[in-house]
Design a protein around this ligand. Structure first.
Ligand code: B12
Ligand code: SF4
Length: 507
């Protein structure tokens, strides 16, 4: 089948800092192509809706699949699906990805016939089955599928090995547009999938049923070596949980003499436990690290079940600094914060050299807090579920809350662009401009047009056409957390080194 896979538009509030290739969709594209279909991929983070309509006319796809990793993209995808059905009623239109997997039935209802199917879970194994069923019949037998006619009750299918298929990077155009901070241009890569921790605000662990799988070191190194871009973002939720895996990939890269600049995300306790693997990667070109600290105090860390403490966070920052890494940390803003709390965070952020990023506590379907958060949602507008808006009551009046949030973010941005940083940055910008890469330079000047309290407040006043389902509120002790899982853990004999059975406490 001629199949067009589409990644929706980027979200304004994340585009300042990065724009990354649609890795999940590229992997699905590779699997679909291997099954004999003709595939194209269109990334609306870069191209306009007009480009999509042009593809519909020129390529005449028989199937169009949308990637819905993000809740905030649901309205755009529903509108596009309706248009596609209007223009080409025989085209099979479907969606898949992280967020839509948790609310598939609700989205199918909202689509009102514009979506023929939502595929829950990993896409590599099931999407070829879905396309075959769209052509030959038997849609509701595809594991993980939800359609207007019914749901398949067989669990979504997991890949046996992450080594294949390699993402179809040849299908993404204008790859010079992908960047993360100063890594401009940058590609993305996955070394592991899943997370064995269980933070209450996060759905990374519920999607994969708290399982954790690894790409083989050889396959990982071959893939790195095949990538043209000099910068590489490692998308793993927590990099190098198993130090021997990080070491083995490093050894393969050393053997192949591959050198790139890397950016990764990890946890404070993982960095503290295995600094040597990070040091080795530092020598290979690891320059940037994102640490999800989430809270400055013990109570906050307990509330999010982060299983770290403030002392570990501070020590991890010192360690990373000592290694010469540029570190960005994330803190979760609780809508309950008052002006004093924001001031304390500003003071702390100014006292450390790291870049501090703020996200707003947001209950998402698929997370534990979606069920246990007792505060009522003040909005169910999908577009506000981007962790930059408050969707539960704020202690401060809402507009004031955004003023404090933006003030705190701009203090951090100013710091980031302070004299010393600016000098360094100008050098970096100059080098990138010489190579024709303008993403990083543009992002720096875009800050004030994007982070604007009036605009963020105004986002709440827009007419709402599509809403999230109502949360099914339940106290924590009244439900089995496995009910949240999209994938159940793959059956496998337990070994002593098996993270899936050990859980993070014993890692
Ligand atoms: C890398 C990443 C990003 C990249 C995105 C790159 C891109 N353009 O896709 C960046 C850094 C830009 C990013 C930004 C954000 N992210 Co993010 N991100 C991730 C992360 C860590 C990994 C995703 C990934 O690439 N995985 C590897 C690939 C191979 O897997 P995958 O994309 O999930 O794809 C598989 C399946 O989902 C499925 N699939 C995917 N697409 C499709 C399409 C079809 C048709 C089908 C059938 C199947 C299918 O098959 C794929 C292969 O198995 C996830 C956490 C996670 N573990 O999933 C969070 C995550 C998805 N992000 C999250 C959030 C909150 C955000 C932001 C809103 C944060 C912010 N405010 O800045 C922004 C918004 C982005 C936007 N829309 O512009 C949340 C999701 C929240 C939600 N429920 O909406 C997650 C789950 C993190 C979390 N812990 O909560 N993110
Ligand atoms: S450690 Fe990170 S990815 Fe894992 S559950 Fe916690 S926040 Fe999510």
């Amino acid at each position: 089948m001629r199949t067009l896979l589409v990644h929706p538009s980027g979200l304004m509030y994340s585009e300042i800092f990065l724009r990354l290739e649609p890795l999940g969709l590229e992997r699905v594209a590779a699997a679909v192509r291997a099954a004999g279909h003709e595939v194209r991929l269109l990334d609306l983070q870069i191209f306009s809706h007009r480009a999509l309509y042009r593809q519909l006319r020129e390529f005449e796809p028989e199937a169009v699949g949308f990637g819905l990793n993000y809740l905030a993209n649901v309205p755009e995808v529903l509108d596009l699906a309706r248009q596609i059905k209007r223009l080409t009623p025989r085209c099979f239109v479907f969606a898949g990805g992280h967020s839509v997997s948790f609310i598939a039935g609700h989205v199918i209802e909202q689509a009102d016939g514009a979506l023929d199917a939502v595929l829950r879970g990993e896409g590599e194994v099931a999407t070829p089955l879905l396309l075959a069923a769209a052509r030959d019949g038997g849609l509701t037998d595809v594991p993980g599928v939800v359609t207007p006619e019914g749901t398949c009750h067989k669990p979504p299918l997991l890949l046996d090995s992450l080594d294949e298929p390699r993402p179809a990077r040849d299908l993404t155009r204008r790859r010079d547009k992908y960047f993360i901070g100063v890594l401009d241009p940058a590609a993305s890569i996955e070394f592991t999938r899943g997370c064995p921790w269980d933070c209450s605000f996060c759905s990374a662990w519920t999607f994969y049923g708290r399982s954790y799988r690894k790409v083989s070191p050889q396959a990982a190194a071959e893939e790195v070596a095949s990538i043209r871009e000099p910068g590489l973002f490692i998308v793993d939720d927590v990099a190098f949980i198993r130090p021997e895996h990080g070491d083995a990939i490093a050894a393969e890269l050393e053997k192949r003499k591959v050198r790139k600049e890397y950016y990764l995300e990890t946890r404070a306790d993982v960095l503290l436990r295995h600094p040597e693997v990070f040091r080795r990667w530092r020598r290979l070109g690891l320059n940037y690290m994102f640490l999800g600290m989430e809270a400055l105090d013990e109570d906050g860390l307990d509330l999010y079940r982060k299983r770290t403490n403030p002392d570990q966070n501070i020590k991890a920052l010192e360690l990373a600094r000592g290694m010469g890494l540029t570190v960005a940390v994330n803190l979760i803003v609780d809508p309950r914060w008052d002006a004093k709390q924001f001031r304390l965070v500003r003071e702390w952020a100014l006292s450390v050299p790291e870049i501090v990023n703020l996200t707003v506590m947001t209950p998402y379907p698929g997370t534990e807090i979606w069920h246990t958060e007792s505060r009522k949602l003040t909005s169910r507008d999908y577009r506000l579920f981007d962790i930059q808006h408050a969707v539960v009551p704020t202690a401060l009046p809402l507009h004031e809350f955004y003023r404090e949030l933006v003030k705190t973010q701009s203090v951090m941005n100013r710091k980031h662009l302070g004299l010393a940083a600016a000098a360094k940055t100008l050098g970096l910008i100059g080098r990138r401009l010489l190579r024709g890469q303008t993403n990083f330079a543009t992002s720096i000047w875009k800050f004030h047009s994007v982070y604007d309290a009036d605009r963020q407040y105004g986002d709440h006043l827009r007419a709402v056409r599509y809403e999230l389902p109502l949360p099914d509120r339940r106290p924590l002790d009244s439900f089995d957390r496995r009910d949240l899982y999209i994938h159940q853990r793959p059956p496998r004999p337990a070994t002593s080194a098996d993270e899936r059975h050990n859980g993070p406490e014993r890692l």
